[in-house]
Design a protein around this ligand. Structure first.
Ligand SMILES: [Zn+2]
Length: 431
């Protein structure tokens, strides 16, 4: 079952998508008061949506819809069929709640198993899941996926870094799943305890997600921590992790299109863009039973590509997420994502992937300060070299992103570390 879905042909995928979409639209209209009203208000009937091409007629679903219908107003099944509920942290107002039927939980586990299999994980592997367990979907999603494929799971969750490293060593962890920023911290902490991960641990694969990360971070992680680092994508509204994964070609993340229909839109106009154009990813969950979403605006910026991949899989790929529209910084009118700055920084020798962006205002003008740690090797160098590196980084940022920024080099290990998602941006303009 698992292998056959990974190896669907383009033709089979398209057919399955249209088939599942028609069934979903019909069911949403019949069983979800929310979608019935949406359809009636827009004067569309379920029969109007025959294939992916017709999707553009359907209004978008946004995060606020989930909040407005808190907690369970968007179900498309009887409440009695729900077996699990997850919720966002909800720092302001109501959290967003997502609900799963038994079938949804099984499908989600199978999707994560597919992801792990795509990274070369097999039932012989020891998978340490160091994403948070609990209301956050990261931990349990990968846990169920690893178990589904028969691998040995260590439900380490986040935190207690010393114990994480001890477990890796003593239980022979071969696959680590966590945020990329925590992976960097684990690698650094292991070294401090005299453990060289590349020599003393057996980490063949790292499954890193829940925040955007760059090619430079991949390089650092593959040099210091794991044999091969893979990007995984997901969000709670779409089940959790397991929506898309990198294959060995590492040229984009394959979206499991028998479960998800992806469109890329212009975030300002809502217009659907051509493949290859950069925009906001909109997803329709065609295989979810409890709380399916039609045209959900993820706010993640990427590019869709359905060209054949070297790995042979026909599932379309999305480019590594550039950032979330909410994370986009507007500096003197120019839009920039933290990941773009990271990409520039990481192309330089002597700086590490640890950085922080501080934005404030001087009079009417925005000011951006980029604090980045230098590497241990660079530490002993002369002051003139430091000034020179700062200047070169500032010039390069200006050249590549058309924004002026001051670069401040920090001593190694001086910037804050995170056990979950990294806090990259401090925007003092919002305070
Ligand atoms: Zn591939």
């Amino acid at each position: 079952m698992m292998r056959s879905m990974r190896s669907l042909s383009r033709h089979e995928i398209v057919k399955l998508q249209d088939d599942r979409l028609r069934k979903l639209v019909k069911r949403a209209y019949e069983s979800s008061p929310f979608y019935r009203k949406r359809f009636d208000d827009s004067k569309i009937k379920p029969e109007d949506i025959r294939s992916k091409k017709d999707l553009a007629k359907v209004p978008f679903t946004i995060k606020e819809d989930l909040r407005d219908n808190y907690p369970l107003g968007m179900l498309a099944v009887e409440r009695s069929k729900i077996v699990r509920m997850h919720a966002s942290s909800g720092t302001t107002g109501n959290p967003t709640v997502v609900a799963y039927t038994k079938k949804d939980i099984e499908a989600w586990a199978e999707l994560n198993a597919r992801c792990l299999e795509t990274c070369g994980v097999s039932s012989n592997d020891v998978v340490q899941v160091s994403y948070g367990y609990g209301l956050f979907t990261g931990g349990l999603g990968l846990h169920y996926g690893a178990e589904y494929m028969g691998a040995k799971v260590i439900p380490a969750s986040t935190g207690n870094t010393k114990r994480q490293i001890k477990l890796m060593k003593d239980l022979g962890t071969t696959v680590i799943c966590c945020t990329p920023s925590y992976a960097l911290f684990l690698a650094e902490s292991a070294k401090e305890e005299g453990i060289d991960p590349k020599r003393h641990l057996k980490l063949k694969a790292g499954v890193f997600g829940a925040e955007p990360w760059s090619e430079t971070t991949r390089k650092v992680l593959e040099e210091t921590f794991v044999e091969s680092a893979y990007d995984i994508y997901g969000m709670s509204e779409l089940n959790g992790p397991g929506v898309a994964i990198e294959c060995k070609a590492k040229d984009g993340l394959h979206v499991w299109e028998d479960n998800y229909i992806v469109e890329i839109i212009d975030p300002n106009t809502g217009e659907v863009l051509e493949n290859g154009e950069k925009g906001e990813m909109v997803v329709t969950t065609i295989n979810k039973e409890g709380m399916p979403l039609l045209r959900y605006r993820t706010r993640d910026i990427t590019i869709l590509n359905d060209d054949p991949c070297d790995c042979g899989m026909a599932h379309s790929r999305i480019k590594k997420i550039l950032g979330r529209t909410d994370d986009m910084l507007k500096i003197r009118g120019i839009c920039v994502f933290p990941s773009q700055i990271e990409e520039v920084l990481s192309s330089y020798e002597g700086v590490t992937p640890f950085y922080q962006l501080v934005v404030d205002r001087e009079g009417p003008l925005d000011r951006l300060l980029i604090r980045v740690e230098i590497s241990e090797d660079f530490k002993s160098d002369r002051l003139t070299d430091i000034v020179d590196l700062q200047k070169r980084l500032e010039d390069e940022i200006k050249e590549a992103l058309s924004i002026s920024a001051s670069v401040e080099l920090a001593e190694p290990k001086k910037l804050p570390r995170s056990e979950g998602k990294a806090q990259r941006v401090v925007d003092l303009r919002k305070i």
